[in-house]
Ligand binder design. Structure first.
Ligand code: HEC
Length: 242
């Protein structure tokens, strides 16, 4: 065994040939599964895109570093499925650029958070977690209610997402800022267009409880309320593990 290596190292051509051979075996093992990716990733014909307000909320989630304490990926382990719900499917992340699976859970996983709490719960909790969970270690994000949402560049965010494969239409991109306003103001004239462009299942509500202003809180709560609800695929029966 060591004799073979000793001899190989003394022959430049033999050593290079052997390195290429060993590296290709490793490469093949990594690449081969990708040939079956179409069969591996589930189909979800009902998958819907994030609305502009939800995209803005997602950007705030990234800006505030929520992913440093919260994962968004339920593993196939029994304790996780019992605590959080059906395990995460690859297709559920297909419009997430970048994905926010996370690698650390100081707080709970958020992959199936949508509709678990009311908008008012989220607003109070984000403003000061200790108002609702006295022993909470989560930071207070008091500026979310104070700061006005920057919504005028949302069309560009949607266009950028389209460039990496999210199927936004020209109309959705052109109306992005208006739709962000409409989704958080159900009584405004802009609200009708949101349901028309994103479907009747879209949440159109006063997320932060106030109609007067569009805040960062509106966007973040709108985003949190759709987590796990872009498709029903994960709630369909999954093939049993063998
Ligand atoms: C320093 C770590 C930390 C950061 C950063 C953090 N959280 Fe938390 N989060 C926690 C902890 C711990 C809990 C559990 C206690 C509680 O409910 O407050 C929690 C709970 C939650 C819950 C309730 C989840 C449930 O299922 O009960 C939500 C929603 C949440 N966080 C959202 C956020 C958002 C949004 C951000 C970013 C703006 C954020 N968190 C940032 C630690 C963190």
């Amino acid at each position: 065994m060591f004799g073979l290596h000793y001899n190989l190292e003394r022959s430049a051509v033999g050593l290079v040939a052997f390195i290429v051979l060993v590296a290709s075996i490793g490469g093949l093992i990594e690449i081969a599964p990708l040939f079956t990716i179409d069969e591996t990733v589930e189909q979800a014909p009902d998958m819907r895109v994030y609305t502009p307000l939800e995209v803005a909320g997602r950007n705030i989630y990234i800006r505030e570093g929520c992913y440093a304490c919260h994962s968004q990926m339920i593993r196939t382990l029994r304790d996780e499925v019992e605590r959080y719900g059906p395990y995460s499917l690859a297709v559920e992340s297909s419009y997430d650029h970048p994905q926010l699976w996370g690698s650390k859970r100081t707080g709970p996983d958020l992959a199936r958070l949508g509709n678990k709490y009311s908008d008012a719960w989220h607003t109070t909790h984000l403003n000061n977690p200790r108002d609702l969970v006295p022993e909470s270690k989560m930071p207070a994000y008091r500026w979310l209610l104070r700061d006005q949402l920057q919504a005028d560049d949302l069309g560009e965010h949607l266009a950028a997402l389209r460039a990496v494969g999210v199927p936004y239409t020209d109309e959705q991109i052109a109306n992005a800022s208006l739709d962000a306003y409409g989704q958080a103001n159900p009584d405004s004239a802009a609200a009708g267009g949101v349901a028309e462009r994103y479907g009747d299942a879209t949440n159109i509500r006063l997320f932060d409880g106030e109609a007067t202003r569009l805040t960062d809180m509106d966007a973040l709560v709108a985003y949190l309320q759709v987590l796990g609800n872009l498709t029903d695929a994960a709630h369909q029966p999954q093939p049993e593990a063998e």
